[in-house]
Structures are given as structure tokens and as C-alpha cells.
Design a protein around this ligand. Structure first.
Ligand SMILES: [Zn+2]
Ligand SMILES: [Zn+2]
Length: 235
């Protein structure tokens, strides 16, 4: 069956459509222009840092800004082909991209993996318009890649905070304060349990911070975060 499907639909690179050997992969060129984060990374956000991978370190942002979560990782830097991948997921033209992204997240989040994975939610109004939440697609893919459970509706976004694009760091933090809470129906899934928060992109960290505060208010034992892509300077 697989051979027949491949004869009809030969596997293509997820970002440029060049023919490749296996499904859900990238061609050599796209692989090289996707800045996967390997080596030493900031322990709070996953930004790449110069130094020995065995060291623990914080990036400049995480030294300056309070990070209420315990630890964080990111699979790639938000630039070049990684940007294309994130936008394809966000705009829904390539939802199958979630599958390889789940594997990349699993690798990046390896030291932080816990049974409870929770995506950063959209406000319901935005969800109606967009039809799906890319962070929930990612946490579902991460759950599938790791065999661990995810709880897509554990958090609710209580206010429609709109797009954070173009806002300053302080404005982002101010607009997101108190924006998230644990869904009353999911209270028992969160209280006393460690949680791994999943989002597509981390920019200032304001969303992760507000979502972490919502989870901690709901009694989460600990919160760690993983993003598919981190907006940061190259190490
Ligand atoms: Zn390609
Ligand atoms: Zn950092």
C-alpha cells in the first residue's frame, strides 16, 4: 500500500516540494537552512549560546526578564527556513508540517518531557475565525511522538488580547497579564501535576509567562516550556 501511495504521490520536501526519500521530511537544502538548535542552550528559553553543551547558562533576555517557569527549550531559531515552517503551520496551508515538528519538539524538549503537555490556547473568538490552534496541533504531535498525554483544553484564554506583533516587550507583558486560567473542568488534571507548555514561537516570553501564571494559579506542581522556534540572536 505504502509503495502504491508513493508511486502516486512521491514524498516531497515539507517546505520546497522537492522530491525526497521519505514522507514528512526536508530535502538537504531545506535541512541546511533550518537553524535547529543544538549544543549549549539557555536553560529558560532554549536560545543557542556559545559554550560547552554540558554547561548551564542563561541568555541575555532571561537574565533581565523574570521567567516564572522552571526550564525551557526550543527546537529551532525563528529565521530562514524555520520561519517558513512556522508560518505554514500558523496559516494552515500545511498542517501536516505538525508531524515532523512533533519529532523536532520531542528532541528539543527531551530533558523536560512529562506526561502533562498543554498547548497555549487561542481566545475562542480567534479560534472561530482560525478554525484551529497551531499550538494544539504541535502539542498533539509532540504527544504522538513521545507516547505521552496532552490536554488541549486545560488552559483558557480569558481575554482576546489580539496580535502581539509590533508591540514592545513591556506592552506585551502588560496586555497578557492575567489572560490565562485553568479550565474548571480540567482542574484535577493540572493541580499537583508537572506541566509542559507548548507554543509555536517564543518572542518576548510574555505569553509563556502569563500562561505559566495561569497554570500555577491552578495548582500545577511545576511548569516548563517548549517552543518550536525561538526569536533570538544567533549565538
Ligand atoms: Zn526542500
Ligand atoms: Zn533565555
Amino acid at each position: 500500500m505504502q509503495a502504491l501511495i508513493h508511486a502516486l504521490y512521491p514524498p516531497q520536501c515539507m517546505t520546497c516540494k522537492a522530491l525526497v526519500a521519505t514522507d514528512f521530511g526536508l530535502c538537504g537544502d531545506c535541512w541546511r537552512t533550518t537553524p535547529f538548535i543544538t549544543g549549549l542552550a539557555c536553560r529558560k528559553c532554549g536560545a543557542p549560546l556559545p559554550g560547552d553543551p554540558e554547561d548551564t547558562a542563561l541568555c541575555d533576555d532571561c537574565l533581565q526578564i523574570a521567567r516564572p517557569w522552571e526550564a525551557g527549550r526550543a527546537a529551532m531559531l525563528y529565521q530562514d527556513n524555520a520561519r517558513k515552517i512556522v508560518l505554514a503551520l500558523k496559516h494552515g496551508d500545511q498542517m501536516e508540517m505538525a508531524r515532523p515538528a512533533g519529532d523536532w519538539l520531542a528532541r528539543a524538549a527531551q530533558p523536560l518531557l512529562r506526561p502533562g503537555m498543554v498547548p497555549v490556547p487561542l481566545h475562542w473568538l480567534r479560534m472561530l475565525r482560525r478554525k484551529y490552534n497551531q499550538s494544539a496541533l504541535l502539542s498533539a504531535a509532540l504527544a504522538r511522538a513521545t507516547g505521552l498525554e496532552h490536554c488541549p483544553d486545560a488552559l483558557i484564554r480569558q481575554r482576546n488580547t489580539g496580535s502581539q506583533e509590533g508591540r514592545s516587550r513591556d506592552a506585551r507583558f502588560a496586555s497578557l497579564q492575567g489572560a490565562f486560567a485553568v479550565h474548571p473542568r480540567r482542574a484535577a488534571r493540572i493541580a499537583g501535576h508537572p506541566v509542559l507548555l507548548v507554543d509555536d514561537v517564543m518572542t518576548s516570553g510574555a505569553t509563556f509567562a502569563a500562561a505559566t501564571e495561569g497554570l500555577m494559579a491552578g495548582g500545577a506542581a511545576s511548569v516548563s516550556v517548549v517552543s518550536l522556534a525561538r526569536v533570538a540572536k544567533q549565538a
